[in-house]
Design a protein around this ligand. Structure first.
Ligand code: NAD
Ligand code: LMR
Length: 330
């Protein structure tokens, strides 16, 4: 008979919204037996454009798409939702860092964090809007006041993971699925640490397969750290198709038990693992048990080089937290 899920997408009239919505209800994410109720949230001035997106979704005639509600009220959008994809927020332009958006976008996640109190008991939340880790931290802290466990929240670093896997695959001349155990540590920013030292290619340690530690510790890291800016420089707009694909990969990873001895990356609330201060939203290696249950992969070796990178991205997240201290619940 199958089941039904209610999924909220914010910023649904934006670039990522346009790329993600058809795939979200096609069956590729929740399976061919799961029908989806969509809740689309936008600011009032974007509702006319959103109506066009709704028309197109209707015109796709997706068999699994049960209903679509478009609204500018977060309480309506999040009522009874099982998943909330928080995308809606301003993107950066050329020459900006993602943290430059913090005072514009941070306040969005105060109201949305509170409105998530209306969600279903099993709600899972993915924050995509930048700066994603700190926006997630804001929403998570407000939702926690209403009893939603922090473990239900993640900020997206799957795009960085996918970028890192693609770079390693190109370097080694292998298909991308041969690259496993890809960890992104820290902030979705230019201080993130894509960990080539613990990744595997064809089941072997990447440093052994690549045979070029200078590349792994230099151009590889910089390419992944700067990939978002490179896309903006080339396209004039921030990534959308790859961002949408990564958000769907994240949802699938959280819904499905992680296979064999692989893992995936997402920014979640820290618990002191790896000496990272507890209470930040920090990208870590995770294994999923399915249905939103996950654990942090423990005991990965951290070289002195890596420890310096982890410390730098920790310091950046701590400074972002200072910048939004007034947006947190008392
Ligand atoms: P966009 O400007 O095309 O669309 C954003 C949409 O959000 C707009 O339609 C806008 O009206 C809407 N919006 C703004 N405030 C809102 C609110 N309070 N409630 C609901 N909707 C609201 O931008 P985009 O390209 O879709 O990017 C969206 C965000 O995702 C940006 O912050 C971007 O930087 C971020 N992003 C993150 C990643 C990542 O890997 N974490 C990747 C790509 C983009
Ligand atoms: C990305 O990594 O592509 C996004 O975070 C958009 C950006 O601002 O770089």
């Amino acid at each position: 008979m199958g089941s039904t899920l209610t999924v909220a997408v914010t910023g649904a009239a934006g670039q990522i919204g346009y790329a993600i919505l058809p795939r979200l209800v096609s069956g590729e994410v929740f399976g061919q037996q799961t029908r989806v109720h969509l809740r689309l949230l936008e600011v009032a001035q974007a509702l006319p454009a959103l109506e066009g997106v709704v028309m197109e979704l209707q015109d796709c005639a997706f068999p699994l798409l049960e209903s679509i509600d478009a609204t500018d009220d977060a309480k309506v959008a999040f009522d009874g939702v099982n998943w909330a994809l928080l995308i809606g927020s301003k993107p950066r332009g050329r020459g900006m860092e993602r943290s430059d958006l913090i005072r514009d976008n941070g306040p969005i996640f105060v109201g949305q964090g509170k409105a998530l109190s209306r969600a279903a008991d099993d709600v899972q939340v993915l924050v995509v809007g930048n700066p994603a880790n700190t926006n997630c931290f804001i929403a998570m802290r407000h939702a926690e006041c209403d009893g939603i466990p922090p473990a239900r929240f993640a900020a997206m670093t799957r795009l960085d993971q996918n970028r890192a896997q693609a770079q390693l695959a190109r370097k080694a001349g292998v298909p991308v699925h041969k690259v496993t155990r890809m960890t992104i540590w820290g902030n979705h920013s230019a201080t993130q640490y894509p960990d080539g030292e613990n990744a595997c290619i064809n089941g072997l340690p990447a440093p052994q397969t690549v045979g070029d530690l200078d590349w792994l510790r230099g151009p590889f890291i910089e390419t992944v750290q700067q990939r978002g800016a490179a896309v903006i420089a080339a396209r004039g707009l921030s990534s959308a198709a790859s961002a949408a694909g990564a958000a769907l990969d994240h949802v699938i990873s959280m819904e499905t038990p992680t296979v064999s001895d692989d893992w995936f990356s997402a920014a979640v609330a820290t618990d002191g693992s790896y000496g990272i201060p507890a209470g930040l939203v920090y990208s870590l290696p995770l294994r999923s048990h399915g249905k939103g249950q996950w654990e942090i992969v423990q005991d990965l070796p951290i070289s002195d080089f890596a420890a310096g990178k982890l410390a730098a991205t920790t310091a950046e997240l701590e400074s972002e937290r200072q910048l939004i201290a007034d947006l947190l619940p008392l």
